[in-house]
Design a protein around this ligand. Structure first.
Ligand code: NAP
Length: 317
């Protein structure tokens, strides 16, 4: 739940050394490292506590959990471990950021934070098709992550939506489990690079339907059909499937930093030390990573950002 404040009452101020935006693996790993450095970091959990991980039913590829771990459970473990060393998680969201002054000023719904360093781990949001049935069947046949959910589609028929690298790569990955994978793309020209596209086309389990969109997703408890529309003929027909994997891009959550930090294709630009274009501001996880997008890589980036923020504070003391 968000904390709220009367518009006319000035927000209480809080001075911190490390403020972390986002409570996914990157944010909570950064919290763990800076907490262990005695910096008492504050984590603003954001709108989606735990980030995309918390929406993932089972995680089988995070090291240390041979019997898998639930997404929400892993988030709780991350948080507990960071809080054990002195991190504070606040269920609030940053609404305004001013990086032109030092300490940096970050305004949330309930508090105005003045912080010496800022670690941005606000993640990315998978783009949605925004068709009927999509929300209803998310987690019941509709997925945005092949690596996370492919295993649950053993010997099933799957539809993949999208024509980029993710659709090809994840589609090919899904053929490890599925009977067949049908890629539905809205054009007949693919955005995916030649190599991934050719590999997908050479895969005997993959089929392609082009110039076509998914209009709605239907089922009974779980997905059973999608309605396909051919954009050239206007013809609509039901298509039987057990799953719909949507890979139509991600939107990094960077709106707050527009005009203040360097970005590329909407993602924050960070160097190998997780440093952004403003000294003292670090970025970690999917907000700065369009390529790997895994719990382990985001947590690794968060740890690196935490170490680097600690060094920054030492150097500037
Ligand atoms: P992307 O390149 O933006 O492709 C998104 C695809 O979804 C496009 O084909 C687009 O169609 C389609 N699309 C977008 N909105 C749609 C809608 N509302 N309905 C139906 N289709 C829609 O996204 P991505 O594939 O996730 O790739 C993101 C970045 O990561 C890229 O730079 C990519 O190269 C990189 N990446 C690299 C690798 C790799 O190198 N191994 C793997 C994955 C991703 P249109 O083509 O018609 O616009």
């Amino acid at each position: 739940m968000e904390a709220t404040q009367d518009k006319n009452t000035p927000l209480p101020q809080e001075q911190v050394k490390v403020l972390i935006l986002g409570s996914g693996p990157a944010g909570l790993a950064a919290a763990l490292y800076t907490a262990r450095a005695q910096l008492q970091p504050v984590v603003l959990a954001g709108q989606e506590y735990g980030g995309q991980v918390s929406l993932t039913h089972t995680i089988e590829n995070y090291p240390g959990f041979p019997d898998a771990v639930g997404g929400p459970e892993l988030t709780e473990l991350f948080r507990k471990q960071a809080e054990h060393f002195g991190a504070k998680t606040v269920f609030d969201t940053a609404v305004k950021v001013d990086l032109s002054q030092r300490p940096f000023k970050v305004t949330s719904y309930a508090t105005e934070y003045l912080t010496d360093t800022l670690i941005i781990a606000t993640g990315a949001t998978p783009r949605h098709l925004q068709v009927p049935g999509e929300t209803e069947f998310t987690g019941r046949g509709v997925s945005y992550c092949g690596t996370c959910d492919g295993f649950f589609f053993k010997d099933k028929d799957i539809v993949v939506v999208g024509g980029g690298d993710s659709a090809m790569e994840e589609g090919a990955f899904l053929t490890r489990f599925a009977n067949n994978v049908t890629v539905i793309h809205r054009r007949d020209d693919f955005r995916a690079g030649e190599l991934l596209l050719q590999r997908a086309k050479d895969n005997p389990k993959m089929k392609f339907i082009t110039n076509t969109v998914v209009n709605k997703i239907e089922g009974n408890g779980t997905v059973q059909t999608v309605e396909l529309e051919n954009l050239q003929t206007g013809e609509k027909q039901p298509f039987t499937t057990d799953g719909v994997f949507i890979f139509i891009g991600h939107t990094p959550n960077t709106q707050l930093f527009e005009g203040q930090l360097e970005m590329e294709a909407g993602y924050l630009v960070a160097n190998r030390y997780m440093e952004t274009s403003v000294p003292g501001v670090f970025a970690a996880g999917e907000v700065a990573d369009p390529h790997f997008r895994q719990v382990i890589t985001s947590a690794g980036m968060g740890a690196a950002a935490g170490i680097q923020a600690t060094r920054f504070l030492e150097a500037n003391e």
